[in-house]
Design a protein around this ligand. Structure first.
Ligand code: SF4
Length: 511
């Protein structure tokens, strides 16, 4: 709309949009504004805890999906668990769409709000009513309520919800994009909150027994993994007189008690800081890294044996049985080529170890997750094998690594894969193609070779496609055309001159 000219000599009314305010205008991009609001609204304690648990920098904000997707997915995978979201409709739409895209097959509850219900506190009452309505012990063990960005920024006090209704546990968590950097860490927010609840229940008296209880002490496995991995880990633990315990995040509530009741915890994924806090409060030792490849398995078995006070001859019995099998599997399926790895799952360093032990050169691993002590053994091993490890990697860093190292194959997130393919470099999507395979012990050794070698062998196809499509869809040829587009730089120059002249004229009117 044109601004009317002033003839009175009065200054024009202007709103000065500073660059920061303009950049922060709305939705996921308004992190700093929402954070300030949340602190004023009484959420500074929870935000300070998130800052300590999920250290930021150099890359602070998610460049992938909404972090709340992580905790939503953990809740949706649990039996007899209801999930309710409180947030902007657009956020809830995106989250429910994505969860159903990934096969949730479960209802996601939603408590909508308006400006009025938000500022008057009625939203909290609406959430409490919804929780009372849904807390049916016939159907549910637990109801999980999640505050997304706007309700967190408004200080909606989920901690004031009843802890339990008719025997159904009520858990309220804040999962704002401006407090939790990745969806991986949001999984830990919910897993940690549930472990905290279960630990306090166990401290107060007897709790439900697990469906099956191994006759040996167990190792709880922290981090989602391929379904064949826990039984494989169990076989390797057998000579130590141990068994594989539950995988956290668990699939049902009573598994939380068994998870806490373990000999030690294996932090297979290294970013579960809140969950580790609960295990340590329960007096459990936490062991980092994972049994991947020959070196990784040997070191991990030693660490588990030490944490559980197992005699070295028993640890050696397992190593003598499984390490030759791992070496043989790696040798049978070698990988040759230079590969860059990036992702946001938390298992990136483990995958890189396996690739290197399979014969690949891996000069770069980028992970969206932060550096923690539980991935230190993997980082040290990788660095000793010529690999640069970038924690909290940004998309720009992942792409720069491809430009720097010129890999034969790029394993990464969707935009990384897209960039590599545009450069005619074969690429594999980490989440769907790499995470969906066993990684541990003999079953994991060599499991990546088929998909990685097939991708490496596709280079000639990329070369053919690049030669065929070269120049199509870029610069003046972008778009849909009925005839072959012709570049007209003289038109661009003419219109650019007109635009500059119009802008100068407007500037003149405004003074
Ligand atoms: S809830 Fe998720 S999608 Fe919504 S504004 Fe926050 S980070 Fe973005």
């Amino acid at each position: 709309m044109d601004t009317p000219l002033l003839s009175s000599g009065r200054d024009r009314d202007r709103i000065d949009l500073t660059p920061v305010a303009a950049a922060d205008a709305g939705g996921c991009a308004s992190g700093s504004t929402l954070r300030e609001a949340a602190e004023l609204a009484g959420k500074s304690e929870v935000l300070a805890r998130y800052d300590a648990d999920y250290p930021k920098g150099p890359h602070d904000q998610p460049q992938s999906m909404c972090p709340a997707f992580g905790s939503l997915r953990v809740g949706l995978r649990m039996r007899r668990t209801a999930t309710i979201l409180s947030g902007s409709a657009c956020c809830v739409y995106g989250l429910t769409f994505t969860s159903h895209f990934y096969g949730a097959k479960r209802t996601v509850g939603y408590v909508p709000f308006s400006s009025e219900t938000l500022v008057t506190g009625k939203l909290f009452e609406d959430i409490r009513d919804a929780v009372h309505q849904i807390a049916d012990p016939e159907l549910y063990d637990t109801v999980i309520v999640t505050n997304l960005c706007v309700p967190t920024a408004s200080g909606v006090p989920l901690q004031l919800l009843p802890k339990e209704i008719n025997g159904v546990r009520i858990i309220g968590i804040d999962v704002p994009g401006f407090g939790i950097p990745t969806h991986a860490e949001a999984k830990d927010v919910l897993a940690g909150a549930m472990l905290n609840y279960a630990r306090k229940e166990a401290e107060q008296g007897p709790v439900a027994a697990p469906k099956e209880r191994p006759d040996r002490p167990t190792i709880t496995l922290l981090g989602e993994m391929f379904p064949a991995d826990p039984p494989g880990i169990g076989l390797m633990l057998e000579p130590l007189g141990l068994a594989a315990g539950p995988v956290v995040p668990t699939r049902e509530w009573r598994e939380l008690y068994s998870a806490l009741d373990c000999a030690a915890v294996a932090a297979i994924h290294p970013f579960y800081t809140a969950s580790v806090r609960e295990f340590e409060a329960a007096g459990r030792t936490v062991v980092g890294s994972a049994p991947v490849g020959r070196d990784g398995t040997a070191a991990w078995l030693d660490a588990i044996g030490k944490a559980c006070g197992i005699a070295q001859d028993k640890v050696d019995a397992s190593k003598n049985k499984f390490l030759p099998a791992i070496s043989a599997a790696l040798a049978a399926k070698p990988i040759a080529g230079r590969i860059t790895v990036s992702g946001y799952e938390g298992s990136e360093l483990l995958v890189a170890r396996l690739l290197i032990e399979s014969g690949a050169e891996v000069p770069y691993v980028g992970t969206a997750c932060p550096r923690t002590v539980w991935s230190d053994p993997d980082r040290e091993w990788l660095e000793a094998h010529g690999c640069r490890v970038q924690y909290r990697a940004s998309l720009e860093q992942d792409i720069a690594a491809i430009a720097e190292y010129g890999p034969d194959l790029a394993i990464g997130t969707t935009p990384v894969v897209q960039y590599a393919k545009q450069k005619a470099i074969p690429a594999l999507y980490f989440t769907n193609l790499i995470s969906a395979r066993p990684l541990m012990g003999p079953a994991g050794a060599g499991s990546l070779a088929m998909v990685v070698n097939a991708a490496l062998a596709n280079q000639h196809r990329f070369d053919t496609m690049k030669a065929f499509f070269e120049g199509v869809g870029t610069g003046p040829t972008a778009g849909v055309w009925e005839t072959t587009p012709v570049d007209r730089p003289e038109f661009k120059a003419k219109y650019a001159a007109k635009r500059i002249a119009a802008a100068k004229a407007e500037e003149h009117i405004g003074t």
